[in-house]
Design a protein around this ligand. Structure first.
Ligand code: GTP
Ligand code: MG
Length: 201
């Protein structure tokens, strides 16, 4: 898929104020600093479209980007940042939770994971929560440039075996590096295949 336009539309803290919901939408979620904003920039080949930072907690709002004047990519705040003391239910925040639950045109959500870490409780709980809500998602490993190939394979296997404990079927899994632009064709190809489906919500 060729990206010929990517436009920042709005940033808000009220999911109800998102753009009119008749178009496909794809959201990016994951722990703070996992690389959500960088991945969006890599996909649309526009450095600086979504704000990134080496300090966790950069994205604090729901950010809509209009792509090819047809569909949206949505950059979300990270979960797990400064929320260690909060209860499990609160840990990804009411704003994110409301957005994910209420956004009827949300075609799928990409849950980003850092392969340098073993499966983390907060990620497992978030994935479980998505499942409990019946929300479709894929898993995206980020920053693969920071690991050797065999380490990466081992990490993916560890994740797969952890998830298989509770899931009969695994969701699609993508390996990406925003730095090296890896996984771009695969992710855009997947989005493209979903765009062909009717927005029947
Ligand atoms: P929050 O908005 O704080 O939740 O973070 P985020 O998930 O949006 O992460 P962001 O894209 O801001 O990236 C965090 C840091 O990781 C930045 O310093 C990025 O340059 C770096 N980073 C992101 N993706 C990659 C990658 O693929 N490879 C490498 N080496 N660094 C990356
Ligand atoms: Mg961000």
């Amino acid at each position: 898929m060729i990206i010929h336009s990517a436009e920042f539309i709005m940033s808000n803290t009220d999911p109800g104020k998102s753009p009119a919901s008749a178009k496909h939408e794809f959201a990016f979620i994951g722990r703070s600093n996992v690389g959500k904003s960088s991945l969006i920039n890599m996909l649309v080949a526009r450095k600086g479209l979504a704000n990134t930072s080496s300090t966790p907690g950069k994205t604090q709002t729901i950010n809509h980007f209009f792509i090819n004047e047809k569909w949206y990519l949505v950059d979300l705040p990270g979960y797990g940042y400064a929320s260690i003391s909060k209860s499990k239910h609160e840990s990804w925040g009411p704003m994110i939770e409301t957005y994910l639950k209420k956004r009827t045109n949300l075609t799928t959500t990409f849950v980003l994971l850092d392969p340098r870490h073993d499966p983390q409780k907060i990620d497992i709980e978030f994935i479980q929560w998505m499942g409990d809500q019946g929300l479709p998602f894929s898993l995206v490993f980020t920053k693969t440039d920071k690991m050797k190939r065999d380490q990466l394979t081992a990490s993916r296997k560890k994740w797969e075996s952890t998830l298989t404990e509770t899931w009969e079927e695994l969701p699609p899994i993508f390996m990406t590096s925003a730095e090296k632009r890896e996984g771009r064709d695969e992710l855009l190809g997947y989005i493209s295949s979903l765009l062909k489906l009717d927005v029947s919500h």
